[in-house]
Write a protein that binds this ligand. Structure first.
Ligand SMILES: [Zn+2]
Length: 90
């Protein structure tokens, strides 16, 4: 299992949609899957999501740490395949 550190959501960074998952218990990851990466809080290192595939850890996935309260977002958003027209405006 590879541990990745998430990053804090920057002020003014507007969520695209959805909400922020709140970790109820610091010892229990909010998400648990069959991927190869654990995602840890940038502030305290607490594991927020375990066994995740990077494809799921998009900009939409935000987790409030149950230990320190930091709202985290996956740092490597670009890992998810972007559906972007090559050469287009976006
Ligand atoms: Zn934390």
């Amino acid at each position: 299992m590879v541990l990745r550190t998430m990053r804090a959501v920057r002020p003014g960074e507007v969520p695209i949609d959805g909400g922020t998952a709140v970790q109820d218990h610091p010892d229990r990851p909010v998400f648990r899957g069959n991927g190869e990466f654990d995602y840890a809080c940038v502030q305290c290192g607490n594991v927020l999501a375990a066994g995740m595939d990077p494809a799921y850890m998009t900009r939409r996935v935000r987790v409030r740490c149950g230990r320190c309260g930091t709202v985290n977002i996956a740092a490597e958003i670009s890992v998810a395949p972007a559906r972007r027209q090559r050469g287009g405006p976006r």
